[in-house]
Design a protein around this ligand. Structure first.
Ligand code: NAP
Length: 256
């Protein structure tokens, strides 16, 4: 408790899955949280849960691919809570799951617009506020798919590889200003995003989940809280010497 006391955080894609768990854990550790997403009802429900537990949060609708919206919401979060110390770039989509030679330019661009442009825009418009606060922490959600290949989701792999290196470049650019930038690389985590992949799979959700379990040496997929715990660490001052790093939380998936 209190590891993020006096800090203000914004989380993109905070209504569901890893983002929602992160909002709740950041708030439990004392942060005021700007919960943002496209799903207004679910976002409001996350805020309600935080407030019921005694925490501080407010919801904003935010599409991370829209620059003006990003700029406005980041300004509003900083105004509402007095400053901004932590940006969690969590919003992302898995996108089209077809072999590369069957993907249209529009399908490719949709994934890049959210997963890459979104991280760029939220970093671009977050840095000013972190500077004003005398430093801060940016946490970017990459993936095991940003480290190793797999024969699926080509634009998702491209986007998460990009996020991994954007993280290192920004870490170097802003290190002297006390702004730390790190990436988190989850293995498969059972969230609405992964459940949707299961529903679209030919074998069906249950068999899909069992197959995913087997891909992780630890024997099962992860939970949103497994990732939220890593994000909270990177956001906190406990990680004051950590920047440009990759926090892999994957049940051993990439250890082979
Ligand atoms: P999720 O359950 O789908 O939650 C992500 C949230 O972001 C959803 O509410 C989603 O809405 C929202 N979102 C989508 N596009 C957005 C946009 N343009 N602007 C703002 N919000 C938007 O996903 P998750 O599984 O928690 O994943 C969170 C992050 O972790 C993603 O970056 C993902 O790539 C990464 N990750 C996840 C896993 C995993 O196994 N779950 C593994 C590695 C990395 P919609 O539901 O309408 O898209």
């Amino acid at each position: 408790m209190g590891r993020l006391k006096d800090k203000v955080a914004i989380v993109t894609g905070g209504a569901r899955g890893i983002g929602a768990a992160t909002c709740e854990m950041l708030a439990r550790e004392g942060a005021a949280v700007g919960v943002t997403d496209l799903h207004d009802e679910e976002g409001a429900a996350v805020v309600e849960r935080i407030r019921t537990a005694g925490g501080t949060a407010r919801y904003w609708h935010l599409d991370v691919a829209e620059e003006q919206e990003v700029q406005r919401v980041f300004n509003e979060v900083a105004d509402e809570f007095g400053r901004l110390n932590v940006v969690v770039n969590n919003a992302g989509i898995s996108g089209i799951n077809k072999p590369t030679d069957e993907i249209t330019v529009e399908e490719w661009e949709q994934v890049i617009a959210i997963n890459v442009r979104g991280v760029f825009l939220c970093t671009k418009h977050g840095v000013k506020h972190l500077r004003n606060a005398g430093g801060g922490s940016i946490v970017n959600l990459s993936s095991i798919y940003g480290i190793v290949g797999a024969p699926d989701l080509p634009p998702y792999h491209a986007s998460k590889g990009a996020v991994r290196l954007m993280t290192k470049t920004d870490a170097l650019l802003y290190a002297k200003e006390g702004i730390r930038v790190n990436s988190v690389h989850p293995g498969y985590i059972w969230t609405p995003l992964v459940e949707a992949l299961g529903r679209e799979s030919p074998q069906g959700v249950e068999a899909f989940r069992r197959e995913l379990d087997e891909k992780h040496p630890i024997g099962h997929v992860g939970e949103p809280e497994d990732i939220a715990a890593g994000i909270v660490y990177l956001a906190s001052d406990e990680a004051k010497f950590v920047t440009g790093s990759e926090l892999v939380i994957d049940g051993g998936y990439t250890a082979r």
